[in-house]
Design a protein around this ligand. Sequence first.
Ligand code: FMN
Length: 175
Amino acid sequence: MELKEAIFNRRSIRSFLEKPVGRELIKEIMYAGIHAPTGGNIQPWAFVGISDPLVIKKIRVISPGMLDEPAAVICVYSDQKKAFEKAGKTGEVLALMDCAMAAQNIMLRAFDLGLGTCVIRSFNQSAVRVITGAPEHMRPELLIATGYTDEKPALPARDTGVIYMEAYGRRGAKK
Ligand SMILES: Cc1cc2nc3c(=O)[nH]c(=O)nc-3n(C[C@H](O)[C@H](O)[C@H](O)COP(=O)(O)O)c2cc1C
């Protein structure tokens, strides 16, 4: 798939088929995460792929932002210890940015491999940490609901008036 196709056609998916997603496929998708840019190459992150339906059910209970039960969930954690040791207080914000970039890589790769995803922030972070057995310094930042789908959402309205050229507020940027 062309990168352009993935960037423009990926949509948040909130309705999944019951078809399972294999572990190897989940790992392949997560592997795209570690190729994301990361401030100072600190890589203050970790990724856990969850395919056990019972664990996914538990996560859904404490995740108001998860609207359907996906076949897989990928949890993206920031490593607060590593972030602080390498970058002090700035580390926390860098780690959050890194996690967001990794999540985008994961979602584009999933789309490339025929899977739908939805990134979710509305969930109980400490409960997800405990459910997934992560230590205290690993903070779940994002969940990525992942699965096969037949949903074809339209592009939600996008504000194109935020693109300028040369200076803020200067029009003339053509697509
Ligand atoms: C940081 C962040 C948090 C989000 N949290 C949720 C969420 O909790 N639940 C949800 O259904 N979608 C969530 N989304 C998905 C957005 O609603 C979605 O990206 C947006 O509506 C644009 O749609 P698109 O992804 O199809 O382009 C989140 C997206 C981002 C970037």
